[in-house]
Design a protein around this ligand. Structure first.
Ligand code: ADP
Ligand code: 5GP
Length: 206
């Protein structure tokens, strides 16, 4: 196992993709293998879905608390999505990156654009479904949103996919295992870049 250099910072990994494409599912699969990655738990004003746990899936907060966080400049980025606020805490992210830990954000495209602008060194990955029909099937199959919310999410999905050209990588979530494998390969290759490994060559050369 190659050790990171003392000064090496963690990678900031931004993952986006339309609602229902399977981001949470693929991330859960990846985190089973890569327990060293810190998944950033976002703040949201959306109500928890059945089975979602406060502090694990999201930090569920009121609109007032979210607006206080915006005013206090505590968020790296935030966006409104289908009637709710979603945002990323600046402090938690920075602490992990400074300690050399990779941090994974699951955020929509507006937020991803803000992160890219503030942190150009971040790696950005867009997850697409095999087809729009399959996306609709997954949103319905998840059974967590009303038909009205599903239609709004599908409408938003088309807009979001138009922005995928701004990302560094595109992963197709055909099967969870395949998508998680692609994600893992991207992350491995990031750590093999010359700027991350040059200190090892310098150790040899002396
Ligand atoms: P997102 O986090 O992108 O909104 P989820 O991870 O909640 O999406 O997945 C939406 C639904 O699609 C869930 O019911 C999940 O089990 C299902 N799903 C995820 N990936 C796949 C896949 N590769 N094939 C079939 N169903 C999938
Ligand atoms: P959901 O309600 O399905 O959990 O998430 C809706 C959308 O919000 C998804 O596209 C998800 O990636 C995005 N999202 C989750 N957390 C954040 C966040 O902290 N910031 C932004 N900008 N989007 C987020």
């Amino acid at each position: 196992m190659i050790e990171p250099s003392q000064t090496e910072k963690g990678e900031l990994i931004v993952l986006s993709g339309p609602s229902g494409v399977g981001k949470s599912t693929v991330i859960a699969q990846l985190l089973k293998i890569r327990k060293d990655i810190h998944f950033s738990v976002s703040f949201t004003t959306r109500a928890p879905r059945p089975g979602e746990v406060d502090g694990v899936n999201y930090n569920f907060v009121s609109k007032e608390e979210f607006e206080r966080m915006i005013a206090a400049d505590e968020l790296l980025e935030y966006a409104q999505y289908v009637g709710n606020y979603y945002g990323t805490s600046m402090k938690v992210i920075r602490d992990h990156l400074d300690h050399g830990v990779d941090v994974l954000l699951d955020i929509e495209v507006q937020g991803a654009g803000k992160v890219r602008a503030k942190c150009p060194e971040a790696v950005s990955i867009f997850v697409i479904p095999p087809s729009l029909e399959e996306l609709s099937r997954r949103l319905h199959g998840r059974n967590t949103d009303s038909e009205d919310v599903i239609l709004r999410r599908l409408e938003r999905a088309r807009e979001e996919c138009r922005g995928c050209g701004d990302y560094d990588y595109i992963v197709v979530n055909d099967t969870v295992e395949h998508a998680a494998d692609e994600l893992r390969s991207i992350l491995i290759s990031r750590h093999c870049r010359t700027n991350k490994r040059i200190h090892l060559a310098e150790d040899i050369i002396g």
